[in-house]
Design a protein around this ligand. Structure first.
Ligand code: SAM
Ligand code: SF4
Length: 416
């Protein structure tokens, strides 16, 4: 990282931010066994041999996952990023993908020890890792735990074999159940990712998926409405999906069923038992900072007079080459002053409890007047309510505001 970049981020400007927000680290591991037809994440099918992965490149067969080289690149990426986050401690780490559980526990241990060596982690730092059913042998989860992972997030999607097939998943229902049972046995806290409004799905089928998920007493559930993302197989060959009315009813079904099981919907797609909210995602939604490491990883970093976004090289081979040469970052940009209110609202209004008024100035460096008109309009339309808490004024989406979230957020778009 050249000093010129740090100087550029630190130079004077018109924004006046408060103390730096909590810092999280996101690490992207970009490979999957097979690309799912609905997925637009930066994930790349790896056609080589996963079983014979070795830590040393010398030992690894030609077609093995380049685990060691990728870890070297991540370390170089982190080393080059250190001047950007000097003096700050890490609140949470999220190892996402792709399919991180294709990496061996030894690789995850090395990754976490590299991070620990270079950055101070706060006591109790949450360390989440995504794992896919069907990508691990027995005892792997325990080994991830021993490597330092504190929370597992399992990409189940559905427990219904026909739906899993329609989604192009590599695992079946039995493997999903085995993965969840193993996570529950090995971790104090874990998450299941499920999707709803699946091809041809009925309310009864959704009820069955929810009931199976809840039978494992998960501390946290993420429930996503399946969306057709541009440039995916599903966008070009769309399956028959439940219509808008049916999928709206499905969301009501999800909210009611999870609430009856003691899970609180604290964000648009996130449901948790008390004490099990995801620290890492909460930091995103509270417009906190995160350092992104790995292929295509995004980062957001705050300085006294600006907020900066960074993106790392997207294609894994390019990323490894560039990161090892000290140039992992492919793009960076300062968030424009006029875009900050919308960016702040895009995140914080996803939270059921909204945001404390003082947080806006602290995180964006803008005066409260930058959002006063939008807040008044949202209140007049019945989309936001103003409440008093012990620590001051809180702005919270109303039921209606939460249902029409994009209309609410659009009130804070920069003037054309
Ligand atoms: C980073 S992704 C991938 C995690 C993991 N590789 C997996 O597939 O299980 C995290 C979650 O986003 C959700 N997701 C991905 N694509 C989606 C889409 N098109 N619509 C809705 N949810 C999606 C899935 O539930 C997925 O588990
Ligand atoms: S396994 Fe997950 S990240 Fe990989 S292609 Fe499928 S949905 Fe995307």
């Amino acid at each position: 990282m050249d000093d010129a970049l740090v100087q550029r981020y630190l130079r004077p400007g018109t924004l006046q931010l408060g103390a730096p927000p909590p810092l999280s680290v996101y690490v992207h591991l970009p490979w999957c066994l097979k690309k799912c037809p609905y997925c637009d994440f930066n994930s790349h099918e790896f056609k080589g041999e996963f079983k014979s992965v070795r830590l040393s490149p010398a030992e690894a067969p030609q077609d093995a996952l380049p685990e060691a080289r990728y870890l070297d690149a991540l370390r170089a990426d982190l080393e080059a990023s250190l001047p950007l986050v000097w003096g700050r401690s890490v609140h949470s780490i999220f190892i996402g993908g792709g399919t991180p559980s294709l990496f061996s526990p030894e690789a995850i241990a090395r990754l976490l020890s590299d991070i620990r060596l270079l950055l101070p982690l706060l006591p109790g730092c949450e360390i989440t890792m995504e794992a896919n059913p069907g990508t691990f042998e027995k005892d792997r989860f325990r080994a991830y735990r021993a490597a330092g992972v504190t929370r597992l997030s399992i990409g189940v999607q559905s427990f219904d074999d026909a739906k899993l097939q329609a989604l192009g998943r590599v695992h079946d229902s039995a493997q999903a159940r085995a993965a969840v049972a193993e996570a529950a046995a090995c971790f104090d806290t874990f998450n299941l990712d499920l999707m709803y409004a699946l091809p041809g799905q009925t309310a009864e089928e959704l009820a069955q998926d929810l009931s199976t998920a809840l039978s494992f007493a998960p501390p946290h559930l993420s429930l996503y409405h399946l969306t057709l993302e541009p440039n995916t197989v599903f966008a070009n060959h769309p399956p028959v999906l439940p219509d808008d009315d049916v999928s709206a009813d499905m969301l009501d079904q999800v909210v009611a069923t999870t609430a009856a099981a003691g899970l609180q919907r604290y964000e648009v797609s996130a449901y948790a038992r008390p004490g099990h909210r995801c620290t890492h995602n909460l930091n995103y939604w509270q417009f906190g900072d995160y350092l992104g490491l790995g292929a295509g990883a995004h980062g957001k970093l705050s300085y006294p007079h600006r907020v900066v976004r960074q993106v790392k090289w997207r294609e894994p081979a390019t990323y490894m080459r560039e990161a090892l040469a000290g140039k992992a970052c492919s793009n960076d940009e300062e968030v424009a002053r006029k875009a900050l209110p919308f960016e702040f609202m895009l995140n914080t209004l996803r939270l059921r409890d909204g945001f404390e008024e003082a947080l806006f100035q602290e995180r964006t460096g803008l005066p409260p007047s930058a959002i006063s008109q939008g807040l008044a309009q949202a209140q007049a339309k019945g989309l936001l309510e103003r409440q008093m808490s012990e620590s001051g004024v809180v702005w919270r989406p109303t039921e209606r505001g939460f249902d029409f979230l994009s209309d609410l957020q659009a009130l804070f778009l920069p003037p054309a």
